[in-house]
Design a protein around this ligand. Sequence first.
Ligand code: DAH
Length: 335
Amino acid sequence: METQVETLRAEALGEIGAVADRQALEAARVRFLGKSGAITSLSEGMRHVAKEDRPRLGKILNDLRQAVTSALEEREIRLLEEADAASVVALDLTLPGTFPAAGSLHPLTQLLDRAVRCFRRMGFAIADGPDIETEWHCFDALNTPPDHPARNEQDTFYLPDGRLLRSHTSTVQIRVMENCPPPVRIIAPGAAYRRDEVDATHLAQFTQMEGLYVAPGVSLADLKGTLEFFFRELFGPETETQFRPHFFPFTEPSYEIDIHAEALGGQWMELAGCGMVDPAVLEAICSKRGDRLYDPESVSGFAFGFGLDRLAMNLARIPDIRMLVENDLRFLKQF
Ligand code: DAH
């Protein structure tokens, strides 16, 4: 029996070492360890062995079974490794990969994000209103008389039902005060529409940012401090601002703000309108709300508004406003 075991061991290990694939390996396993396999039938022969020889022969058989089992396992691992290696043999792992093209934010969006971040730090919330507006929200409530040129059909897009495309984002001031009690401190970025001839500096749709702060005791000093801080944050600490008296129907007094900053090309640029909310606007809100929460005797406020397109153009040295809306990748990829 011992010689039989030795022959079988040599045979099994030889055969297992030589199999070329996992199918052949499985066949070898069945041939030696299967139910009617060679090692199994040898074990059955133990019944005829003399009692005193059984422990010794049993151990020899056990060793054989173990040796064959681990040979099978090792061979299987080898075969897997060989298959793995074969599957990458034709690959050049040093070749550069293909990267998905990463997009970037539109220059206008980048400026808007920066502006919003700055105002949020000062406690301004973001407010929104519809692009299609009533004449009341766009003009009447903002103290703009019926004969004001901005209300002309040549300047504003009217819908057949008498509503209009808002010609400025100042409408959101009215929307906010109608719906929220004071104090309110909001910015409202969004689209505005005017019947302008489209050229290098004009589009029929452009982007504005409105601001409004109404509370007891808000003063012109708050307005100046807020906007000067904002423009210095945006364009650098050397930025100079100038508040030039102006007229807007909805503020009194009113100013235009001129800015001088290297980032904007180092020249004075008229940039924003602003002022203290006109008491007539607050009275219009009181009438609409049917309460006196916005009584101009108890609250005051400042408002401001500016266009973002021209700012973005100056910051990024963009020569033609139409480039902002043409979606030409050669243009957009530069940002
Ligand atoms: N709505 C004005 C415009 O479109 C800009 C403006 C000026 C907004 C003064 C304001 C303001 O809130 O106080 O030209």
